[in-house]
Design a protein around this ligand. Sequence first.
Ligand SMILES: NC(=O)c1ccc[n+]([C@@H]2O[C@H](COP(=O)([O-])OP(=O)(O)OC[C@H]3O[C@@H](n4cnc5c(N)ncnc54)[C@H](O)[C@@H]3O)[C@@H](O)[C@H]2O)c1
Length: 247
Amino acid sequence: MLKDKIAIVTGAAAGIGESTALYFAEQGAHVAVVDRDPEGANKVAQHIASIGGHAIAIHADMRDRASLEAAAVATLATYGRIDILINNAGIYPRQSFLAITDAEWDDMQDVNLKGTFRMSQIAALQMVRQGGGKIVNISSVTFFLGVKHLSHYVAAKGGVIGLTRVMAKELGEHNIHVNCITPGAIQTASEKFFVTDEQAKVFLESQSLKRRLQPVDVARVCAFLAGPLSDGLTGQTVNVDGGWMLY
Ligand SMILES: NC(=O)c1ccc[n+]([C@@H]2O[C@H](COP(=O)([O-])OP(=O)(O)OC[C@H]3O[C@@H](n4cnc5c(N)ncnc54)[C@H](O)[C@@H]3O)[C@@H](O)[C@H]2O)c1
């Protein structure tokens, strides 16, 4: 489905991004594994190579435009095109609304919202030159739920949905599709730092599907939105949450 497509996946050293990079490589894509964790990115690229896929590891930080521009340049130098961008990199530290500092607020927006804006703009300029492309932004179901101690995160992820809509409107004439995924509770390795067993039980009670969702559940929907099966679709937000929020 993604054979010979060139994909940049941000935050691809772990979790949903790692799973997406791997799944895309299994589908035949050539993947730029972009992360602020160079060791983790290298491991993922090596894993992809070990199963016969194509990947390069790129060290970049969503807060630093120059490093993201360098990531695009490195992708073009190796593969010559950018067909797909998955804006996945994100952070989710908890803080109560009354205690949150300006610095904590700004860091959250810088990575989760402005980073998505930066990387999208850089990739979209190349996609315009190429005559099209597909961008998938990773938001969060917390935007629909409203979750305590995540005001800065929920505000950023709501911004990602808004950004998706305007990008879709502006970039449609260039055949660039822009869609968004709002994952629910996905069982990543980093989740255990934030989620207790009790909370995990609540997730299952809230979901219609009674199994914990895995990173690959999101990766598969990324593949749908990055591939030809979604050619008639742009500006949309797809909820991958096991039937938690129904709308
Ligand atoms: N796991 C969930 O339940 C869940 C639910 C909803 C939304 N999401 C969203 O999905 C995305 C991935 O989440 P995850 O759970 O896989 O996270 P994760 O912590 O497992 O992985 C995130 C990756 O992003 C990288 N990263 C973080 N900040 C970066 C920066 N400034 N520059 C470059 N790379 C950076 C990290 O190094 C890491 O490799 C995030 O945007 C998150 O908000 C996750």
